[in-house]
Ligand binder design. Structure first.
Ligand code: ADP
Ligand code: MG
Length: 580
């Protein structure tokens, strides 16, 4: 309500000038620098999308909310600003929720904005259209959840959502906007004054100097030090400081999947090809934006050598991450840019590089493993095996280091991670902490939109199926995305048979000899069937040169591929399973 008469703008017709919920949401987003919304239109947010587009926001419409959500989340990772996903109520909201939970798990900042049904009816469970208590459902799956009931609170609601998403450890935030809110009318001046511009949404968090000294002391005591770079380090955009730390210290580094390219995988200190050795034998390990979760065997067990044989230094913005799996000898809590810079300053003059013996051991192992792999990557056979096909893609990325690589699947993921070298930060986007399938097209679309760079999406045939319909979205927005489907006729491989015979296929196989390339042709894109690594390489290069939406069906030997890729050990085994 206006407080005084002067607050009211009088239009030429003598009426006060008004605004409404729709416009206030859009104004609040624009005021805070939101330039893109990833959405699926429908009740009650169809007009919100239309009006946002009219107001100059880029509104990208998807075919399924999960893809829109994944797009928003990776936009958040790439830009350090919350990616915005907009959905309809109940079912659309639920479809977006997987992406929201995945964003939170991966520490990607995103805001899921969903329209919702009428509170009064929902709370009395009187059977409203798409009735659901969305706020309650979202809460355990995200960092924070808010609902705005009054148009005058939209500014604060959006501001709180932005701060929650990007400050401290980034994550997913849910913002519930009931249908009624959009049509609420407010005096325009009052509305404008209610908006909040978020100042310094992710404040620097400086580490304490005692903690920096402790970390340096532990590093100095090392005979066989190792630095592990995680996707938090990639997110932080502190690339120069991280490079300075690695190069000044002379310590070998191991990039986690999405940290590949922070320094090139071909950097002389990169221990990626000597992973097993360095994890087992290092005596001091410094984690930079990487968690000791399952992807690092929780910091213990066989992978890590003798129990308690090493000390950990950990840089993380989240204090509660410390000691989550093993004791952290030197916790360094703060933002990565500030922590790493403090360490670089502390290295100063008194630092001596790690013992030459350790460096030689790591280098020898790396060279041995690289030499072992090399011939497999050169195989130009038809049908292709994974290594032959990936060898071709490896050569493409080497020639086009600024292209973005999106990667999902089982074998397609695990092998591509090892085979395809990355040369620049934040160029490798993949399934992340959960190993979730279905991120492919959403990530590819957002990567193209946010960066303007060409995108190569390397997809297992099963993984691609989760978001395959979004090739229409890629064609509609004419995005420079080249999708390569590694088609081996099934999940893990394509040769399983139904154990009891009959007409049903085995549970893990797809239609044999499928032509995924035909899919994109339906929407005017370029489809290619590639049967050899040479054909594959030629087709990807052509796609990248033209910038045309392209889908390449890469014919992979159905017999190649192992169960669950490299994580088959996570499959429980039945004690009753008959010996084959
Ligand atoms: P990876 O899977 O690559 O090992 P994780 O997602 O497990 O990486 O770990 C990322 C870590 O980085 C999280 O613990 C998160 O709190 C932390 N992090 C994210 N952004 C920052 C930042 N700007 N500064 C410090 N730590 C960060
Ligand atoms: Mg497959």
């Amino acid at each position: 309500m206006p407080e005084t008469a002067q607050d009211i703008d009088i239009t030429t017709a003598g009426q006060p000038e008004l605004t409404d919920g729709f416009h206030l949401v859009i104004d609040a987003l624009k005021l805070n620098g939101v330039t893109t919304i990833y959405n699926v239109p429908g009740i009650p947010i169809t007009d919100l999308g239309r009006m946002a587009q009219a107001a100059g926001i880029r509104v990208v419409s998807f075919r399924h909310e999960q893809s829109a959500g994944y797009a928003a989340s990776i936009a958040g990772f790439l830009t350090k600003k919350p990616g915005i996903c907009l959905t309809v109520s109940a079912p659309g909201f639920l479809n977006g929720l997987t992406a929201l939970a995945n964003a939170t798990t991966n520490c990607f900042p995103m805001i899921l904005i969903s329209g919702s049904s009428e509170r009064e009816i929902v709370d009395l469970q009187q059977g409203d259209y798409e009735e659901m208590d969305q706020l309650a459902i979202a809460k355990p799956l995200c960092k924070a959840a808010f609902r705005v009931l009054h148009a005058a609170d939209i500014g604060v609601g959006v501001a709180r959502a932005i701060r929650a998403a990007v400050s401290g450890r980034p994550g997913g935030v849910y913002l519930d906007l009931p249908a009624k809110l959009f049509a609420q009318v407010v005096d325009a001046k009052v509305g404008a004054r209610s908006l909040v511009k978020v100042i310094d949404p992710a404040p620097a968090q400086l580490p304490a100097s005692a903690a920096v000294k402790r970390a340096l002391d532990v590093l100095k005591s090392a005979k066989r030090p190792l630095i592990i770079l995680g996707k938090g380090a990639a997110y932080a955009q502190a690339d120069d400081a991280i490079r300075a730390l690695i190069e000044k210290s002379g310590i070998p580094f191991l990039p986690m999947s999405m940290a590949k390219g922070l320094l090139p995988d071909t950097h002389p200190q990169c221990a990626g090809a000597a992973r097993s050795l360095v994890l087992k034998d290092a005596d001091v390990v410094m984690l930079v934006g990487a968690r000791l979760n399952w992807l690092l065997s929780h910091g213990k067990g066989k992978t890590w050598g003798e129990p308690r044989s090493k000390k950990f230094v950990q840089i993380d913005i989240e204090p509660r991450e410390m000691d989550s799996n093993v004791e952290i000898a030197a916790p360094l809590v703060g933002d990565i840019g500030s922590c790493v810079s403090a360490l670089v300053d502390g290295l100063g003059g008194g630092w001596s590089p790690p013992p030459a013996e350790w460096i030689q051991t790591v280098n020898a192992k790396r060279e041995e493993n690289i030499a072992k792999m090399a011939p497999r990557l050169m195989k130009n056979s038809a049908p292709m095996d994974f290594h032959g096909a990936l060898g071709a893609l490896r050569a493409v990325i080497k020639e086009r280091p600024d292209a973005i690589l999106v990667n999902e699947g089982a074998n397609t993921l695990d092998l591509a991670r090892g085979v395809i070298d990355m040369y620049q930060p934040r160029k490798r986007l993949d399934v992340g902490t959960w190993g979730v399938m279905g991120i492919g097209m959403g990530f590819a679309i957002a990567a193209a939109i946010e960066t303007g760079k060409p995108v190569l999406a390397v997809e297992g045939d099963s993984a691609f199926g989760f978001s395959g319909m979004e090739v229409e979205t890629i064609c509609r927005y004419r995005l420079p995305v080249c999708v390569v489907v590694f088609n081996n006729d099934g999940i893990y491989r394509g040769v399983d048979v139904n154990p009891v015979g009959g007409s049903d296929p085995a549970t893990t196989v797809f239609v044999k000899g499928s032509r995924y390339d035909k899919l994109i042709e339906a929407f005017g894109g370029v489809g290619v069937n590639a049967t050899t690594p040479d054909e594959l390489k030629g087709a990807v290069n052509a796609a990248m040169d033209s910038g045309k939406p392209t889908l390449i069906n890469a014919v992979i030997d159905p017999a190649s591929g192992s169960e669950s890729g490299r994580i088959g050990n996570l499959n429980p085994q039945s004690a009753l399973k008959k010996k084959a």
